[in-house]
Design a protein around this ligand. Structure first.
Ligand code: ATP
Length: 446
């Protein structure tokens, strides 16, 4: 799905590769630039921070160790607002892809790539970035009884190999919990790979997860590793698991039961060595409905269940989260440090936060940029109008842009309701990407 606001940077010394990627991506994204040599990186970054970088790992002739690309990755990760990095590697370089994932790359693509797969990887990276998820391990904040319990569970389950299922509404911090489990586990030095199960096309599900051999289907021009191979030794985070079609659930179950994967077209299975952490925003009544989710797969995945409470049920966490994210964005946008007025703090603590911590984070970003007084006021957070009664209720005619805005908000609310709160599914119903939907949720304060 096109995203005219997205900025993509391709860093590859092979001019043909860079040209092919540009041709493909220019139609979809606002700014697509390429660089043939990391020497030009500082100037490219100064011209505009990219959202996603497609990064090759070897530049100087004859180099195959990937050290140049890893150094660029470290530089990008150290930026105040690091881009999502997708590693471009050759098939034989799976160990390099794994190293890149360990160091904070979001995903990897093997060259020559499949166009749909490349676009899907960029979409997923943009969505995660739009959602405020980071590839670095961020701190899980909150000292409420509910969060203390979550942290205690993380501490006790992390060192085990038990599969963990994390339940909670959108934006409560499920991915953060998954990363914290990985970070406190024996696998911490290995890759953490997040896969949006709701966004995997059914037709390529097996190839994406389990890999394929050259020639196993028409488009299989090269051998390719799947996510299970790339996360070997580390953790695989299966996000939006409640959104998987039943047929895909059966395939996943088979792998988890046998603890081995067979790439498409391969004659031998490979052992699976990954810790599975999964997450869903489905409520438990739906999750336990066999028409939605296979009970035998659920049983495999939910050895341990961690429930992350919505923010409105742990309001004690709100002041610390506000302080944290306001300070973060003041620094990022070089805005003066300000405190919250007592009235603003009170209203923000009483706010229902339907989008949970993600919405709070976005509201803080907006306030840090737009707040013009010595203290932050409630209005700086952009929450009021979205919650007000629809203007049409007054009977007054609407300005066209307001009417359009209201229609958009209503369409989004209806799609979310139809999708049971599932962002990927709602995005599909609306015909927009997850990244675009996240921006619209933010815009409307949903
Ligand atoms: N306890 C927390 N402390 C600090 N930041 C948090 C916390 N919980 C969530 N966040 C922030 O809120 C945003 C959303 O978090 P995350 O992606 O982990 O939520 P999620 O439950 O996985 O969302 P979704 O269901 O939509 O995928 C991220 O920017 C994350 O850093």
């Amino acid at each position: 799905m096109a995203d005219p606001a997205a900025r993509i940077l391709i860093l590859d010394d092979d001019a043909d590769v860079a040209y092919a990627a540009q041709l493909l991506l220019r139609r979809r994204y606002g700014a697509v630039t390429s660089l043939g040599d990391p020497a030009g990186l500082a100037a490219a970054l100064a011209a505009g921070a990219p959202d996603v970088v497609l990064l090759d790992f070897n530049f100087a002739p004859g180099r195959i160790d990937g050290a140049e690309g890893l150094a660029v990755l470290d530089r990008l990760r150290a930026l105040p607002r690091p881009p999502a990095v997708i590693a471009l590697t050759a098939y034989a370089d799976v160990p390099l892809a794994v190293e890149a994932l360990k160091r904070g790359a979001c995903d990897f693509i093997t060259k020559p790539w499949d166009n749909a797969r490349l676009v899907a990887a960029i979409e997923s990276a943009l969505a995660r970035r739009g959602a405020g998820a980071s590839c670095a391990v961020p701190e899980l904040m909150g000292d409420s009884a509910a969060m203390r319990e979550v942290k205690a569970m993380i501490a006790s389950v992390a060192p085990t190999e038990a599969n963990v299922m994390i339940l909670g509404e959108n934006g409560v911090g499920k991915e953060l919990v998954a990363r914290a489990i990985h970070g406190a586990s024996r696998r911490a030095g290995q890759a953490f790979l997040a896969v949006d199960m709701g966004a995997l096309p059914e037709a390529t599900f097996e190839s994406e997860l389990f890999g394929h051999r050259k020639g196993s289907f028409t488009d299989a021009k090269e051998n390719r590793a799947g996510r299970f191979q790339a996360a070997r030794g580390g953790s695989l985070f299966l996000d939006e698991i409640g959104n998987m079609p039943l047929a895909a659930q059966a395939k996943l179950l088979n792998v988890l039961e046998r603890r081995e994967v067979t790439p498409l077209g391969a004659d031998r299975a490979e052992p699976v060595d990954v810790r599975i952490v999964s997450a869903t925003n489905l409520d438990e009544a739906r999750l336990f409905d066999p028409a939605v989710f296979r009970p035998d797969l659920l049983f495999r995945l939910n050895t341990i269940v961690i429930r992350v409470a919505p923010l409105r049920e742990r309001r004690e966490d709100i002041p610390a989260l506000l302080r944290h994210y306001l300070a973060l964005y003041e620094q990022q946008y070089q805005r003066p440090a300000r405190t919250l007025s007592a009235g603003a703090l009170e209203r923000l603590c009483a706010w229902p936060w339907p989008g949970n911590v993600r919405a709070l984070r976005h509201a803080c970003e907006r306030a840090a940029i737009l707040g013009a007084q010595e203290q932050y006021q409630f209005g700086d957070f952009g929450l009021g109008p979205a919650a007000a009664a629809p203007p049409a209720a007054t009977g007054a005619p609407l300005a066209p842009q307001l009417a359009l805005g209201r229609l958009e908000r209503e369409a989004i609310a209806a799609a979310l309701q139809q999708a049971g709160g599932n962002i990927s599914q709602a995005a599909r119903l609306l015909g927009v990407s997850r990244a675009a939907l996240y921006r619209k949720l933010d815009k409307h304060g949903i």
